[in-house]
Design a protein around this ligand. Structure first.
Ligand SMILES: C[S@@+](CC[C@H](N)C(=O)[O-])C[C@H]1O[C@@H](n2cnc3c(N)ncnc32)[C@H](O)[C@@H]1O
Length: 242
């Protein structure tokens, strides 16, 4: 079982959420009734990993509101449910950008926002590549539920090719091939008070992921972790170290 305590090198700390948090929050999951069974043949259907990320964001609501984020970027938005949830929680003073390598996902992300009365701005893009120069240093909230499943490398979604449903989960070697392409961009994308949340699977070696960002002057903590069937999932949070 993955836990920061059982990890001898202890790169990741356990985030403490004080029981004296002044407000408790209880948001409902965004409405996705407009997405059909046929759509879910082509885009990722919200699952345990998605809901763990929503639970983590809810747990972090106070912390995030205090930071007054102006720009949120979700990489790999799929159905759009995560960015919609963030927008419901944080309100319309934040600008919500989303990317996905799958054109159908980008289209449905926009719809999910509209159906839930929030304005999302999806782009068909590989990770954050076309945006990097323009938004570097301005992302206050960065969200990533990556394709993390260990698969043969040829199943991984590649930039410049038409991505389908397999790109939702196929992570290649150690489930890390897509993750490892985004990680070097994180310190560059985040604003000085920016926060990055990502879903990881035990097999992705979360401690190694944390070490890569800690070496770039960031702090790592685990917000939530849960066994979901055969998967052991966690939500990691990264902020700059001062
Ligand atoms: C596990 S799904 C998560 C979907 C949604 N965020 C959620 O939590 O339900 C991963 C998403 O990342 C997208 N994706 C995969 N590779 C990508 C890439 N290189 N750039 C952008 N999006 C990518 C997939 O198409 C898919 O929508």
């Amino acid at each position: 079982m993955f836990s920061p305590e059982s990890d001898p090198s202890r790169h990741i700390t356990q985030a403490s959420h004080s029981p004296s948090t002044p407000e408790t929050f209880d948001f409902t999951t965004p409405d996705i009734a407009h997405i059909t069974r046929a759509d879910f043949q082509n885009i990722y259907e919200p699952a345990e990993d998605t809901f763990l990320l929503l639970d983590a964001l809810q747990t972090e609501c106070q912390f995030l509101r205090e930071r007054k984020p102006l720009m949120c970027l979700e990489v790999g938005s799929g159905s759009g449910v995560v960015s919609t949830f963030a927008a419901q929680m944080l309100g319309n003073k934040t600008f919500y950008l989303c990317t996905d390598i799958n054109s159908k996902a980008a289209h449905i992300t926009k719809q999910t926002g509209s159906e839930n009365n929030v304005n999302l701005n999806p782009l068909l893009a590989d990770l954050a590549s076309p945006l990097l120069d323009r938004i570097a240093g301005h992302v206050d909230l960065l969200l990533f539920n990556p394709p993390y499943v260990v698969t043969p490398p040829e199943e991984v979604g590649r930039p410049g090719t038409k991505a389908g449903i397999e790109a939702s989960w196929a992570g290649g070697k150690d489930g890390r091939e897509v993750i490892d392409r985004l990680l070097p961009c994180i310190p560059r994308l985040l604003s000085p008070s920016g926060v990055f949340y990502m879903v990881v699977l035990k097999e992705n070696r979360p401690n190694e992921i944390a070490k890569m960002l800690i070496e770039q002057n960031m702090e790592a903590s685990v917000i939530l972790s849960r066994r979901c069937g055969v998967e052991f999932l966690a939500i990691l949070r990264f902020v700059r170290k001062y």
